[in-house]
Design a protein around this ligand. Structure first.
Ligand SMILES: NC(=O)c1ccc[n+]([C@@H]2O[C@H](COP(=O)([O-])OP(=O)(O)OC[C@H]3O[C@@H](n4cnc5c(N)ncnc54)[C@H](O)[C@@H]3O)[C@@H](O)[C@H]2O)c1
Length: 443
């Protein structure tokens, strides 16, 4: 147990260091700052830090109706938030340390480098009575068996004796971060009860929803990965249903809508494939442990496989409607974000679809006003995307795209053949599209 002389931070103002200022870390850090904490945001990306300290971020979050850009500027001006690459300085000034760095998966292999380097940096500056609260999504068991030994080795301190160590999974969806930090029930556990209680006290500054105490950090880590995988499986199922309804000639979205009138049925909508950081990666966080324990996961692997093949299905809807050979064809893509109304294109299904279209020889011009990433196929306006294209592929909804401007479409699209729209986001009503002279393909 932690020694009783520990300070319970009676000084009033909590000092919080957040390691990793990405889609989770930045709005989380600002959520603490808004509520009066003094927050150091630490990241290894010096360009990101420079931008943040100038009040620049490309995220599309809102705190109530205030855009994150304004929240950031206000908190910088109030002196409650500071972004830095100097981990040692942040740790010297803070006794609540939150880790939000990720575990990227590259070619099916997870990379622990970020977690390892963040844990090392935190360990080096750790002081007695500090709280380390891990919020990254992890392979179950990692806080105890991977992060804890690094922290203890680097600091020379012992968790549950000299410092507090806890795990709380992060459940927010990008675009709803501020709201969900506040209102999403949150699971918490620690190496001991004191660590868990201290983490709950810290989390309670931002989270008004239930803080659910759990018996071990492994329970929380496992629940998080399973939550993500369950969505992967649910979506694989409806993607498969969608193929059936399409072959049958009935409207998939209508079938799902009416099936969901059953009180115990809750089908999700089909999507071109799950993108983003969390869901596609989740199975890869479970498999190392499952393999170690020789637990087969055939259903979960199949679901991932089905979802990974959906982009090919989207491409087949394009190619069968082309009035010319693929190598002479062009399509306009609307939206490349990993989900609707997001600026995040990491592991975006749109990028996979575009790559496959290009592999078949089709020229792609994609417009997405929200995603800042540079890509050779990206253009700056809807007109440029449409110019000479034979059809439109809708891969994400975004503000700033007029999806129903059929007169603009007709003005710029190629006159060859009948134009088509491949709608993977349930944007269109069939009769409207067909009245506009377009073929409509849906999942
Ligand atoms: N994005 C989401 O919607 C979401 C939702 C729930 C949970 N999560 C989980 O939260 C974690 C973070 O996700 P994210 O989307 O914010 O990732 P991100 O890639 O946007 O941000 C991670 C940040 O960590 C920084 N970083 C890497 N190594 C570092 C180090 N040693 N010290 C300090 N900073 C370092 C990176 O430069 C980057 O800015 C992941 O584990 C993810 O699975 C994400």
């Amino acid at each position: 147990m932690v020694s009783s002389q520990r300070s319970r931070e009676e000084e009033g103002v909590k000092k919080v260091a957040v390691f990793g200022l990405g889609f989770v870390g930045l709005p989380l850090a600002l959520s603490f700052a808004i509520r009066g904490c003094e927050v150091y945001g630490v990241d290894v990306n010096a360009d990101l830090i420079a931008e943040l300290n100038e009040g620049i971020t490309h995220h599309l979050e809102h705190y109530h109706n205030t855009p994150i850009q304004k929240v950031l500027k206000d908190q910088l001006e109030a002196g409650r938030f500071k972004a830095t690459t100097d981990a040692a300085d942040a740790l010297a000034n803070c006794n609540n340390i939150i880790m939000t760095v990720g575990i990227p998966v590259v070619n099916g292999e997870h990379l622990f480098d970020h977690v390892e380097s963040a844990a090392r940096a935190i360990g080096k500056g750790l002081k007695p009575n500090d709280l380390v609260l891990v919020r990254s999504t992890l392979v179950p068991g990692m806080t105890q068996n991977y992060i804890r030994p690094i922290l203890e080795k680097e600091s020379g301190l012992k968790a549950d004796d000299d410092f507090y160590l806890a795990y709380s999974s992060e459940r927010i969806a990008e675009g709803k971060a501020f709201e969900e930090f506040e209102n999403m029930p949150t699971l918490v556990s620690g190496v001991d009860r004191a660590s868990r209680d201290r983490a709950m006290e810290l989390l309670g500054i931002v989270t008004k929803a239930d803080l659910v105490p759990c018996s071990s950090m492994e329970v929380v880590e496992t629940a998080k990965v399973m939550e993500n995988i369950s969505r992967d499986v649910d979506i694989a199922m409806v993607n498969e249903f969608a193929r059936f309804t399409k072959a049958l000639g009935v409207d998939t979205f209508e079938v799902i809508r009416v099936a969901n009138t059953h009180k115990r049925v809750k089908l999700l909508l089909p999507v071109p494939v799950l993108g983003g950081y969390c869901i596609p990666n989740a199975l890869h966080y479970l498999t190392p442990k499952a393999e170690e324990m020789e637990v087969p996961l055939p259903l979960l692997r199949l679901a991932r496989d089905i979802n990974e093949h959906v982009p090919q299905f989207v491409v087949s809807m394009v190619t069968r409607n082309l009035p010319v050979l693929a190598k002479e064809a062009k399509v306009a893509v609307f939206g490349i974000a990993m989900k609707d109304f997001s600026n995040d294109d990491r592991l975006s299904p749109a990028l996979q679809v575009i790559e496959l279209l290009q592999t078949t020889g089709i020229k792609v011009a994609a417009f997405d006003p929200a995603v800042p990433t540079r890509h050779s196929f990206k253009v700056d306006s809807l007109q440029e995307a449409l110019e000479g294209a034979h059809g439109i592929v809708v891969l994400a909804k975004q503000d700033g795209i007029d999806y129903n401007n059929f007169s603009l479409f007709n003005k710029y699209l190629s006159a060859a053949g009948q134009p088509f729209i491949v709608d993977t986001r349930n944007v269109y009503e069939r009769k409207v599209v067909e009245a506009g002279g377009f073929i409509l393909e849906t999942l």
